[in-house]
Design a protein around this ligand. Structure first.
Ligand code: SAH
Ligand code: SF4
Length: 422
């Protein structure tokens, strides 16, 4: 989501005639689009501001802006302003589109702009195609979140759940497909609770998008396990354009912890959804997020997480050490887990997942599959419908953004290697 917001920010600047610099040293405008989901991301921003301060001392005309969900928090914005008075603009998540205008105001002499205004309106119409980082094109389908998982800061900085009109999303997707996009990823904190003003739900939206002409794949993130319906799972199984891939974050395998996290499901109902995915979407790629070291997590709770991971056998797992986020209920819970315990647990989990990913990769040797090429050269890469990456030699042909057929010939450290079939 953050990547896509940066893409849109880039497009907004491009409309004003601003072009990309080839590095920070040569830039006239430096923008940090921040994320506050975990403390690590915040620390990184502060670390990166050091070199900017030095640059700004040499070239006082550089305009420095910090925006995004970290600075949406008024106390953090205030601290940042005091600590780094050289920053010209601090904005939150709602006013990103206005940044080029703010830059103009600074150019015209304004010293400092702070804009943390909250605006939960949903813009109508179609976002123009923003330049993308890879072949994948993102389409926002909704903003905000209503779930208030107890560890998570997102609902506080992104506001309540609101969906874009299905018709706008269809037009935007069509425009991207006509422009050559072959992979579209729909974005929302909880796509399964999508519902637009005319009452269209996620099933209706996916059905609409699957009718668009052309050869392309639709992926989406994130699916909340409590809201993923069997109808949607069956639809993915039926429609070729809906990729055989689902990111279904479980967060923990312990029912006690899931309850304290306010996730709205237990491990048994989660595993039932996984069974339904496997039944209706043959060969589905399933990935997940896991947090270790949530307050009060016992060794037994953690063992339950390991057991669930062994049972599901995810393609890929995004593993996080619990990070205390001020203002969330979990931050105020007693029994925070010591750092060394969290680190030992994540190391063990990483080991278990690496073994599973290796085994799954080995099982793929000999298979032939279709994949969308997103790299060039002797170590070009392509991604399958089930979201696996295959490294292959493109034999000097430029296949970027083309569908290719690859035979998987080897697996190493959970990576797949393939050979072009045509
Ligand atoms: N809306 C999505 C994900 C949002 S944040 C969902 O519900 O799955 C992405 C991931 O960051 C989460 O799935 C969670 O695993 C992780 N995360 C969120 N808050 C965190 C925290 N305080 N500490 C560690 N990881 C966190
Ligand atoms: Fe955060 Fe939970 Fe909302 Fe995801 S569903 S953004 S984890 S509160």
């Amino acid at each position: 989501m953050n990547v896509h917001e940066s893409e849109k920010l880039y497009a907004a600047f491009a409309r004003e005639g601003v072009t990309a610099a080839d590095g920070m040293e040569n830039a006239d405008i430096i923008v940090f689009n921040t994320c506050c989901v975990r403390e690590g991301a915040e620390t990184r921003v502060l670390g990166n501001l050091g070199p900017v301060k030095r640059l700004k001392a040499e070239r006082p005309d550089i305009i420095v802006a910090v925006c995004g969900c970290m600075t949406q928090q008024a106390d953090i914005a205030d601290k940042l302003h005091k600590r780094c008075p050289f920053i010209n603009i601090i904005t939150g998540t709602y006013s990103l589109g206005a940044l080029p205008q703010m830059v103009k105001a600074v150019e015209a002499g304004e010293k400092f702009i702070l804009d943390l205004a909250v605006d939960e309106s949903v813009p109508g119409g179609v976002d123009e195609a923003a330049p993308s980082v890879g072949v994948n094109r993102f389409v926002n389908i909704m903003y905000g979140c209503n779930n208030f998982c107890t560890y998570c800061i997102v609902p506080y900085v992104k506001g309540r759940e609101r969906s874009r009109r299905a018709e706008d999303i269809r037009r935007e997707t069509e425009m991207l497909v006509r422009g050559g996009a072959k992979e579209i990823t729909l974005l929302g904190q909880n796509v399964n609770s999508y519902r637009d003003e005319s009452g269209r739900d996620f099933y209706a939206l996916l059905s609409m998008l699957a009718e668009i002409d052309g050869k392309f794949w639709i992926k989406f993130m994130t699916s909340h396990p409590k809201d993923l319906s069997e109808n949607v799972i069956r639809l993915i199984g039926r429609e070729d354009k809906l990729a055989n891939y689902i990111h279904l974050p479980v967060q923990s395998g312990s029912d006690t912890i899931l309850k304290k996290m306010n996730r709205g499901y237990d491990s048994a109902s989660y595993l039932k959804k996984i069974d339904a995915v496997r039944e209706h979407i043959p060969g589905a790629g399933i990935t997940s997020d896991i947090i270790v070291g949530f307050p009060t997590e016992t060794e037994e709770d953690f063992r339950a997480t390991l057991a669930l991971v062994e049972k599901v056998r995810y393609n890929n797992l995004f593993m996080f050490i619990y990070s205390k986020r001020a203002g969330t209920p979990a931050a105020a819970m007693d029994e925070q887990i010591p750092e060394d315990v969290k680190k030992a647990r994540i190391a063990e989990l990483i080991g278990v997942q690496a073994k599973i990913a290796n085994e799954l990769a080995e099982e793929h040797i000999g298979l032939t599959c279709e994949a969308l090429c997103d790299g060039r050269g002797r170590r070009a890469t392509a991604k399958t419908s089930d979201d696996r990456v295959i490294v292959f030699d493109d034999e000097g042909r430029d296949l970027y953004n083309e569908f290719v057929t690859l035979e998987i010939t080897a697996a190493e450290n959970s990576k797949l290697y393939g050979r072009l079939r045509k």
